[in-house]
Design a protein around this ligand. Structure first.
Ligand code: ZN
Length: 244
């Protein structure tokens, strides 16, 4: 397959279920592209309001904290925009409402490339994929084709000023899933930026220095493993769809 990532798009959008999903999956690539001039937009379906085992922390407080963390992470990556759809964490579903909200963002920011989660990823040898990840991925694919493209799907969005937009490149994240991708991006220059961005999610990664060090090493190792099979130092892999 042609490696499309040699050319950086003018505008890229990443649409994920939770704060930190985007950093884990694609921050190396997005930071690399942002440096080269790509306008990057993050869209968060939920604000991760269930991401704690501490019963004292209220979901709405956690959501507010995690939105700030996500904004900080996006700043590290060099993204221009961050949009929050504020669906409830943990029970995300691929509803028509979610699809429409995603279409609105696609039509607003008009990306050439969209990054999302792989809805086909159900489980691996040692994990079950979060149902929100599958729901978000499914909703994004349904939004890209054909709803964002077709004029008559949402007359009310047309009235709001959101004209149809056809995004032809879709990248589904594979980072941490072994290496089931079909395109790979060399992120040797931005692996540290990826990790720094991930570390902005302080409510999730904590403050224990030893633990943070181990996490940094683990991410680096995963990126090195992906890179090793494709003659790259560090890499992120994606399942890539090129629509015609
Ligand atoms: Zn997640």
């Amino acid at each position: 397959m042609e490696q499309p990532t040699n050319r950086t798009p003018e505008r890229a959008m990443i649409i994920v279920a939770h704060p930190d999903d985007g950093e884990y999956m694609a921050a190396g690539t997005l930071a690399k592209w942002a440096k080269a001039g790509t306008e990057v937009t993050y869209v968060l379906c939920t604000s991760g309001d269930k991401g704690t085992s501490d019963p004292e922390i209220k979901p709405e407080e956690l959501a507010a904290t995690r939105e700030i963390e996500q904004q900080n992470a996006a700043n590290v990556v060099g993204a221009k925009n961050v949009e929050f759809l504020r669906y409830e964490d943990g029970i995300l579903q691929n509803t028509l409402e979610l699809r429409k909200d995603i279409v609105r963002q696609i039509r607003k920011h008009r990306p050439d490339a969209i990054f999302c989660q792989d809805p086909m990823r159900r489980y691996g040898d040692s994990f079950i994929n979060h149902p929100d990840h599958r729901a978000a991925g499914e909703a994004v694919l349904d939004a890209v084709f054909p709803s964002a493209r077709d004029y008559h799907v949402y007359p009310d969005l047309i009235e709001e000023g959101y004209m149809p937009h056809n995004t032809l490149q879709v990248y589904m994240g594979t980072f941490g899933f072994g290496d089931p991708g079909n395109v790979w991006v060399d992120i040797s220059d931005t692996i540290d930026t990826k990790i720094d961005a991930l570390m902005e999610h302080k409510s999730q990664v904590g403050t224990d220095e030893e633990r943070l060090k181990t996490m940094r090493e683990r991410i680096k190792e995963t990126a090195a493993q992906v890179g090793a099979t494709h003659a790259m130092g560090h890499a992120e892999g994606f399942k890539y769809i090129k629509l015609r």
